[in-house]
Design a protein. Structure first.
Length: 110
């Protein structure tokens, strides 16, 4: 049973309970989250997503390595997982813009 309550997400045939980001992670990532909407390099954006998502997943799954998370994430689930964590963390995700599911992600504090 996970230590922290959170949002259930399915990836790779497994269900994870992903808690909100803690204050330490929010302080680290909030300035980055606020600039995601303007990021044009998809590789840099994917690295940012993995860092943020890994910080949240690590609270309940400290054994989950970033490389394993990258294997579980894909274009079909990354946006949903990111939105779930941002919503649980008290942040509202931006509207999808032209492009793939990741390029339209932006966040603003609620």
């Amino acid at each position: 049973m996970p230590d922290y309550e959170g949002v259930p997400v399915k990836m790779g045939g497994r269900e994870f309970i992903v808690p909100p980001l803690n204050f330490r992670s929010l302080k680290k990532f909030l300035p980055i989250i606020q600039t995601l909407q303007n990021e044009s390099d998809p590789l840099k954006m994917m690295d940012i997503y993995v860092d943020i998502l890994h910080a949240a997943f690590s609270r309940n799954y400290p054994e989950l390595k970033k490389e394993e998370l990258e294997e579980l994430l894909d274009f079909g689930n990354a946006r949903e997982v990111f939105q779930a964590i941002m919503g649980a963390s008290g942040l509202k995700t931006g509207e999808k813009q032209a492009g793939n599911g990741l390029t339209g992600m932006g966040s603003t504090p609620t």
